[in-house]
Design a protein around this ligand. Structure first.
Ligand code: PAF
Length: 311
């Protein structure tokens, strides 16, 4: 669809721009994609819960650069929120999201109602088992495996509805990305998962829709998470010791009076615990409540080029 912008004095057309088309039903979306699929065009999907920030926009730009057609889903998925989590107050601003999606060159925005994706009687879920969903955020004392069951269920449904060639996720949700990659591998979804780097504010805070919950003082303290991860990476590599890295991170967090829910080093793909640099990418992940926001962030320590580390 084109938006025609008129000069307010002369009434003449100043410019036209393509506007992302919003569809609310599965049927409409499939019908809109059918001609593209028949013509052999590639489809990129960016799943979101809206309230877009520059992290989302980087995914949209990647999808725009690599595909013929770009679909963004905009759906606050209730099944991935626990009973005491922030589903009701999760920030929403559809008008702004549509403007940003249009600016990023999105073709179709899929923004369904809850009943469209979870009709009465829906009783099926997709669950990735094992360590990848039961540690870190998946620990039953934290968000629990039910959170990831909600994520994989909605993402599997979106994959089935859209049929993308590539789906884009952010590295900030490193565990979510690992879980989705495992689901795609285990269930043979015919698509590629592209994980894009975390986008940060100038002072290092990872962008997140939940940053709006931070009061000004907490916003200043929250930067300790990224500082802690940078210290962890630097010290782990300098001293060839993950424990030294984790200690450096704990010191940074304590200096900002932040008690982490977790601060752990794990294999970046399997999420198995690791005690030392292994020669494989290692995820250092942190979660902490800072004021009214529960924040997560991570860094991946890549094996040093040319070195096997300890293999
Ligand atoms: O990362 C998110 O915003 C959500 O978990 C996702 C992938 C859109 C599923 O609801």
């Amino acid at each position: 669809m084109d938006l025609i912008i008129l000069d307010s004095f002369s009434g003449e057309t100043v410019t036209t721009m393509a506007v992302a088309r919003v569809v609310r039903t599965i049927g409409e979306l499939r019908a809109a994609l059918l001609p593209h699929r028949r013509a052999g065009r590639t489809i990129g999907l960016v799943p979101t819960m809206g309230f877009l920030h520059e992290g989302h926009v980087s995914l949209l730009h990647a999808a725009r650069a690599e595909n013929d057609v770009v679909v963004m889903s905009l759906f606050v998925n209730p099944t991935q929120f626990g009973p005491n989590e922030d589903l009701d107050r999760y920030p929403r601003d559809e008008g702004r999201d549509l403007r940003l999606a249009t600016e990023a060159g999105v073709d179709l925005v899929f923004a369904p109602e809850v009943a469209e994706l979870y009709p009465d009687g829906a009783a099926t879920a997709v669950e990735v088992g094992g360590e990848v969903t039961s540690v870190l955020d998946g620990d039953p004392g934290r968000r629990g495996p039910g959170h990831f069951r909600g994520v994989t269920t909605i993402v599997a449904k979106l994959f089935n509805i859209v049929g993308p060639d590539v789906a884009y996720f952010g590295q900030k949700d490193a565990q979510q990305a690992a879980v989705i990659k495992r689901m795609v591998r285990d269930l043979d979804f015919p698509l590629r998962v592209s994980v894009m780097p975390t986008v940060r504010e100038e002072d290092g805070l990872a962008m997140s829709s939940r940053n709006v919950y931070l009061e000004p003082d907490d916003r200043l303290r929250a930067v300790a998470l990224s500082r802690a991860l940078a210290a962890a990476e630097q010290q782990a590599l300098a001293l060839d010791s993950l424990e030294a890295g984790l200690s450096a991170a704990r010191i940074e967090l304590a200096a900002a009076a932040i008690e982490p829910e977790y601060l752990e080093a794990r294999d970046a793909e399997t999420l198995e615990p690791v005690a030392e640099l292994t020669g494989r990418p290692i995820l250092i992940a942190v979660a902490a409540r800072v004021g009214g926001a529960r924040l997560i962030d991570n860094v991946v320590i890549e094996p040093l080029a040319g070195l096997d580390n300890h293999e």
